[in-house]
Design a protein. Structure first.
Length: 165
């Protein structure tokens, strides 16, 4: 029996993340990927300050991170589980299914959210990921995501383009 070499663990700063993802300010919601094994898992975080554009209006006397943005931040870490696979760097990916996503804790200025995402399957341009986010060791969000590469999915549609008409 042959032993395979250990998988290389990667990490990415904010500039390197942007080489892989198409998200940009003000819609890039992660600061760093601390660990990533392509095709396996990714871990990363977001540090939050009162300077985030969404805190002042949400809510004036009780600033909390909007749930939709929290889900998007988790999804951006999840992207790195498969955008780091050969041939995927910089490709457009869309979220198509969010299963059993639970928002369990309010996120406030001064918090750091630590995300973890595990790639459960990846085939035919579809990635299924289980992901979670913790604040101070306490579970803040979790759920299952399905992300799609439109160019791959459309190429597998009968007729080759996937477009009606």
């Amino acid at each position: 029996m042959e032993n395979s070499p250990p998988a290389e663990v990667l990490s990415f700063d904010i500039v390197e993340i942007q080489a892989y993802q198409q998200n940009r300010y003000p819609y890039l919601f992660i600061d760093r990927i601390t660990e990533c094994v392509p095709g396996k898992y990714a871990k990363g975080f977001k540090n939050l300050t009162m300077n985030e554009w969404f805190f002042p209006p949400h809510f004036v006397d009780n600033p909390v991170m909007p749930g939709a943005i929290l889900v998007e931040a988790m999804a951006q870490v999840a992207l790195m589980t498969h955008l780091t696979l050969p041939g995927n760097k910089g490709k457009l990916v869309t979220g198509i299914v969010y299963n059993n996503v639970r928002l369990r804790k309010q996120i406030r200025p001064g918090d750091r959210i630590d995300f973890a995402a595990e790639l459960l399957s990846y085939r035919r341009g579809l990635a299924k990921i289980q992901a979670s986010g913790h604040v101070g060791g306490e579970l803040a969000i979790d759920g299952e995501l399905i992300q799609a590469y439109p160019d791959v999915v459309l190429s597998l549609t009968p007729g080759g383009s996937g477009r009606a008409g």
